[in-house]
Design a protein around this ligand. Sequence first.
Ligand SMILES: Nc1ncnc2c1ncn2[C@@H]1O[C@H](COP(=O)(O)OP(=O)(O)O)[C@@H](O)[C@H]1O
Ligand SMILES: [Mg+2]
Length: 203
Amino acid sequence: MTDNKTLISIKGLYKVFGNKPQSILPRVKAGEEKEKLLVETGHTVGLQDINLDIKRGEIFVIMGLSGSGKSTLIRHFNRLIDPTEGQIEVDGTDVMSLDAKALQEFRRHKMSMVFQRFGLMPHRTVIQNVAYGLQVQGLDKQAREEKAQEWLDTVGLSGYEKQYPAQLSGGQQQRVGLARALCTDAEILLMDEAFFRARSVDS
Ligand SMILES: Nc1ncnc2c1ncn2[C@@H]1O[C@H](COP(=O)(O)OP(=O)(O)O)[C@@H](O)[C@H]1O
Ligand SMILES: [Mg+2]
């Protein structure tokens, strides 16, 4: 595999939120405004004709105003959201062609994600949160906790293993989320404003 090979390819991607997205699509394509469509139809335009290629090894940043569709776009990469129209290919695979089992495998091994609001599990300890991805991959307890410990040390949270997320500051929770995402060695790391609140929360 060469370094400049395309890893994620998005073609003609549209997402319309609402009850009958398909019926609204022609109006979106005709260039009608998002605000007008929302008032008249109750549908929200999330994405409009997105085309992009992300190469292996590339750090790709998506910038835009609040509500412009950044989260919606990256949630298409691992199919947390299904498109209204368009293609999403990851490493040559059309993610819409994956059945439930293949999709589960794909999410476990190919990508990990850091969410804007951390997405930690409140009833699991810090180390259990970090090791979670390895647990669903089927690693035994000792192996996964060893690896989780390494990542906790890396993000500067040694000693917090047995604490619960609510006992940590916002910025510390954010680092738990990061350690969890890195722990699985997934080739693709999706970060949805992963550092967005670190300064304001972690005093
Ligand atoms: N589940 C949903 N249902 C309806 N509308 C949504 C949903 N998710 C996002 N949207 C709308 O899609 C647009 C893009 O949202 P989002 O991707 O969260 O923006 P960003 O991450 O860039 O701030 C917004 O107008 C938002 O209201
Ligand atoms: Mg967002």
